[in-house]
Design a protein around this ligand. Structure first.
Ligand code: ADP
Ligand code: MG
Length: 683
C-alpha cells in the first residue's frame, strides 16, 4: 500500500503514542497530515534591527553569537543559559534560554542565526533581551517557518519534523487529484508542490500560490459535493402540477396586493411545480419582505392540484404564528390546516397524524415533529421549510424523503451574502424578494448608553399610550454574576416601577411551549403592551403594531442577529424605532452600532457580518451543516468561489457521479469532506 495512506504510526519519528495524539486532530495518515495547515508562519527573511525591535513584542532578528556564558543553576530545576549576541549594526542583545539545554546547544559562538522571540528591554540596564527564541541557521532553506495549531503532546517542533518526514514520501509517490486540463486552465500549482510549499514555503510568493491551489481544491470539492446532492434531488417528481390552474382567486382575497417581487417569486415557484423534476428552490427575502404570503400561494396551488403541503418552522412560536396566518388565508377556500408540534399531548398528536395520513389536512404546519418517522403523509407534494439556516442540509432532505420526490421550497430570512449563498445553496435555485411591501418606513435606529435608559423608557411609554406596543430584548434568562440584563429580573423590576401602569409580558426560551404560545398570542392580540424577552423572538415573529424595540447589552449580539431582531418592528404603517443600549465602547461594538444605524439593508449588513466574524461564526453554530473549511475563506475569496463553482458545474455536467477514472481521486475526497460534516447526506 502506498505509504501516504498507511497509518501515520509507521511514519519515521511518530510511533503509537504520537499517532494517538494525531488521531485527536483527526489525522490518521501522512496524507491527512498534509491538511494540517499552518495557522501562520514565522518569516525569517525580513529581520528587524535590534535597535528597532519594539519592547515586549515578538520579532525576528539576525544576530552573531559573541559569547556564551556558563549556564547558571538558579535552583534545582531551573538552569538559565545566556549568550551575548549582536546584529550587523553592532546593537547588542542578550539571548536568554530557560531550562533548555538542547536549544542552548544550537547556538555556537561566532556563528550567525535568525532568532524569533519576545524582545524586552531591561529597565535598569536598558539592555535588550530575547527570551527562549526559535532559532534558525542563516543558511537554512526553511526561512519561512510554519506555526501549527497544537494539541497536548505535539509541539510545533514535533509536527514540523513529522511533516518534513511525511513530505519526503511525495518524492516517490507524487499525488494529484485534479485532471490535467483543470490544472492548466487555472494555472494551478501541482498538488505535490502545494503541499510542500504550504508547510515549508520557499518564499512568500510561492506560499501564496500553494494556498491558492489548496483553497481551490477545497472549494471545488465542496461545490462538487453540493452539485452532486442537487443532481440526486433531480429525480422525477410524482407531483407534476397543472399550469392551467390559476391562483387569482386566492391572491385577490389576500388583505393586501402582492408586491411585484412576490408575484414574480410565486410565478417561478408555480412554474417549477409544473415540471417533471421536483422544485428545489430558495425563497430569499429580507425580514418583512412577505415570504409567508408567497408560501401561501404555493400551498394554494398545490391544494388545487390535489396535493398536501407541509411547512416546517424552526420554533414552536413560529409554527403557531404560521398556522394562524396561513389558516386565515387558506381556510376560506376550504383548505384544512393542522398544527403538529412536539409539545402537543400524545393523544392529540395521534389524532392529527391520523388525519394527515388519510388526507383530511391539506396543509401541515409544524416543527421537527413533522419530519419524524411516525408522521405519514397522504400525498405530500410540496415541502416548505422556513428560516432555512436553522436546519441542516440533512433535515431538509429528510422531509423531502417523505413523499415521492415532492417539490421543495426553503425560505430564508437571513440574507446570506452572495458568496456564502453560492456555497450553501449551491444545490438550490433562488428567487429573491428584493422589494418590501409598499408603505414601509425604515426603522430609525439609535445607540445610547445606559444613562439614557430612563429617557428611552419615557419614549416607549409615549408610544404605548398611543396604543402601540414594544419589545425589550435582554441577553440572559436568569441573573448571573455579570452585569448582563436578565429578562426575568428586568421584567419584574420595570413592571413594578417605570411600567407599573402597563401590561408587561415575559417571554424566554425556558418557558414551556404552552406558556410561550399564550404569551405570544396575548401580545399579538394587544393584551400585552410591552414584551420583555430574549432572542426567542428573533426569527419570524410578526406583530405589526409593535413599533419600538429596545435592546439591552446590544454589544452581545452579532450584526445579523441585531438585524433579525430589529426586523420585528417596522412591519406596519407606523414609524418604528430601535434603541440599542450599550455601555461598551470597544471599536467592534461601535462599528456594529454604526452599521445598524446607517443601513437597514439586510444584504449589506450580512456582508459586513461575514467580514467581521467569518463564516464559521456566521450562523452561530454549525447550523448550515456544511463541511468545515480549513484554508479557503469564503468572505474574501469571492472570485475563487465563482471560479470553482464554474469548474464544478462543468465537471458534473460531463460526469455527474464522478465515475470517470480521472475523477476517481476527487470523488474519494468529496466523500471524505462531506463525511466529516455532521449532517452528511452522502452514503
Ligand atoms: P417575512 O418575509 O419576514 O417572513 P412576513 O411574511 O411575515 O415576512 O410578512 C411581513 C408582514 O408584511 C406581515 O404582516 C404581512 O402581512 C405583511 N405583508 C406581506 N406582503 C405584503 C404586501 N404585499 N403588502 C403589504 N403587506 C404585506
Ligand atoms: Mg417569516
Amino acid at each position: 500500500m502506498a505509504n501516504l495512506f498507511r497509518n501515520i504510526e509507521n511514519l519515521k519519528g511518530v510511533g503509537k503514542a504520537r499517532a494517538a495524539k494525531y488521531q485527536k486532530l483527526g489525522i490518521s495518515t501522512p496524507y491527512e497530515l498534509f491538511f494540517h495547515f499552518p495557522k501562520n508562519y514565522i518569516d525569517y527573511t525580513n529581520p528587524t534591527a535590534v535597535a528597532d525591535a519594539p519592547d515586549n513584542e515578538y520579532c525576528v532578528i539576525k544576530c552573531m553569537i559573541i559569547k556564551k556564558s556558563t549556564p547558571q543553576l538558579i535552583r534545582k530545576g531551573l538552569t538559565i543559559y545566556k549568550a551575548l549576541a549582536a546584529d550587523s549594526y553592532g546593537s547588542e542583545i542578550t539571548v536568554t534560554i530557560f531550562n533548555n539545554y538542547y536549544l542552548a546547544e544550537m547556538l555556537s559562538e561566532n556563528h550567525e542565526y535568525y532568532l524569533y522571540g519576545k524582545i524586552t528591554e531591561n529597565p535598569v540596564t536598558s539592555k535588550k533581551e530575547i527570551h527562549s527564541p526559535q532559532i534558525m541557521k542563516t543558511g537554512s532553506s526553511e526561512l519561512i517557518s510554519p506555526v501549527y495549531h497544537l494539541t497536548e503532546g505535539l509541539t510545533n517542533n514535533i509536527i514540523r519534523t513529522n511533516m518534513t518526514e511525511a513530505l519526503k514520501i511525495l518524492e516517490n509517490e507524487p499525488v494529484e487529484i485534479l485532471p490535467c486540463n483543470i490544472i492548466f486552465e487555472n494555472n494551478l500549482m501541482i498538488l505535490t508542490d502545494a503541499f510542500k510549499n504550504i508547510h515549508f514555503p520557499s518564499d512568500m510568493d510561492t506560499l501564496k500560490k500553494a494556498r491558492y491551489r489548496l483553497a481551490f481544491d477545497e472549494l471545488l470539492k465542496l461545490q462538487l459535493g453540493m452539485l452532486m446532492l442537487k443532481k440526486r434531488n433531480r429525480q422525477k417528481t410524482g407531483y407534476i402540477m397543472n399550469p392551467e390552474i390559476k391562483t387569482d382567486e386566492f391572491t385577490e382575497n389576500l388583505p393586501f396586493e402582492l408586491t411585484s417581487a412576490q408575484k414574480k417569486a410565486a410565478d417561478e415557484i408555480i412554474s417549477d411545480m409544473c415540471r417533471s423534476e421536483p422544485m428545489n428552490r430558495l425563497l430569499q427575502g429580507d425580514v418583512g419582505s412577505g415570504k409567508t404570503a408567497v408560501a401561501a400561494c404555493a400551498v394554494y396551488f398545490a391544494y388545487k392540484n390535489n396535493c398536501q403541503s407541509a411547512l416546517m418552522a424552526p420554533t414552536e412560536i413560529l409554527a403557531v404564528q404560521h398556522y394562524n396566518t396561513l389558516s386565515s388565508y387558506l381556510e376560506p377556500f376550504g383548505i384544512k390546516v393542522c398544527l403538529l408540534t412536539g409539545s402537543l399531548p400524545q393523544k392529540q398528536k395521534s389524532e392529527i397524524k391520523a388525519g394527515i395520513k388519510n388526507g383530511d389536512y391539506s396543509l401541515i404546519v409544524g416543527t421537527h415533529a413533522i419530519i419524524q418517522k411516525t408522521t405519514e403523509y397522504n400525498n405530500l407534494g410540496l415541502v416548505i421549510t422556513d428560516e432555512q439556516h436553522r436546519f441542516g442540509v440533512a433535515q431538509r432532505n429528510a422531509l423531502a424523503m417523505k413523499g415521492e420526490s415532492p417539490h421543495k421550497l426553503v425560505m430564508s430570512a437571513t440574507p446570506i451574502p452572495r458568496t456564502l449563498g453560492l456555497i450553501i445553496y449551491g444545490d438550490l435555485d433562488i428567487s429573491v424578494l428584493n422589494e418590501l411591501p409598499k408603505g414601509r418606513i425604515p426603522v430609525e435606529t439609535y445607540a445610547v448608553t445606559g444613562k439614557l435608559r430612563q429617557r428611552a423608557f419615557s419614549f416607549i411609554k409615549k408610544h404605548l399610550d398611543e396604543g402601540r406596543q414594544a419589545y425589550i430584548v435582554c441577553p440572559m434568562i436568569e441573573d448571573s454574576d455579570s452585569d448582563l440584563q436578565s429578562v426575568c429580573s428586568y421584567a419584574e423590576k420595570i413592571s413594578g416601577n417605570e411600567f407599573k401602569n402597563y401590561r408587561v409580558g415575559l417571554l424566554h426560551g425556558k418557558m414551556s411551549p404552552a406558556e410561550k404560545d399564550s404569551t405570544m398570542a396575548e401580545f399579538k392580540n394587544g393584551n400585552i403592551d410591552l414584551l420583555v424577552c430574549t432572542t426567542v423572538i428573533e426569527v419570524g415573529v410578526d406583530v405589526p403594531n409593535a413599533v419600538i424595540m429596545l435592546i439591552e447589552n446590544s454589544e452581545r449580539f452579532g450584526l445579523s442577529q441585531l438585524h433579525q431582531l430589529r426586523g420585528r418592528v417596522g412591519r406596519g404603517r407606523e414609524k418604528s424605532y430601535c434603541i440599542l443600549i450599550t455601555d461598551n465602547v470597544s471599536e467592534d461594538t461601535l462599528h456594529r452600532v454604526r452599521v445598524m444605524s446607517s443601513t437597514s439593508d439586510g444584504f449589506k449588513i450580512s456582508e459586513e457580518d461575514l467580514k467581521t466574524r467569518g463564516p464559521g461564526d456566521f450562523f452561530g453554530q454549525k447550523q448550515h451543516g456544511l463541511p468545515d473549511l480549513r484554508i479557503a475563506d469564503i468572505s474574501s475569496d469571492m472570485e475563487l468561489v465563482r471560479l470553482t463553482q464554474k469548474t464544478a458545474s462543468s465537471i458534473i455536467e460531463n460526469d455527474p457521479e464522478l465515475e470517470k477514472p480521472e475523477h476517481g481521486a476527487l470523488r474519494i475526497e468529496v466523500i471524505r469532506l462531506f463525511s466529516r460534516s455532521e449532517n452528511s447526506s452522502f452514503d
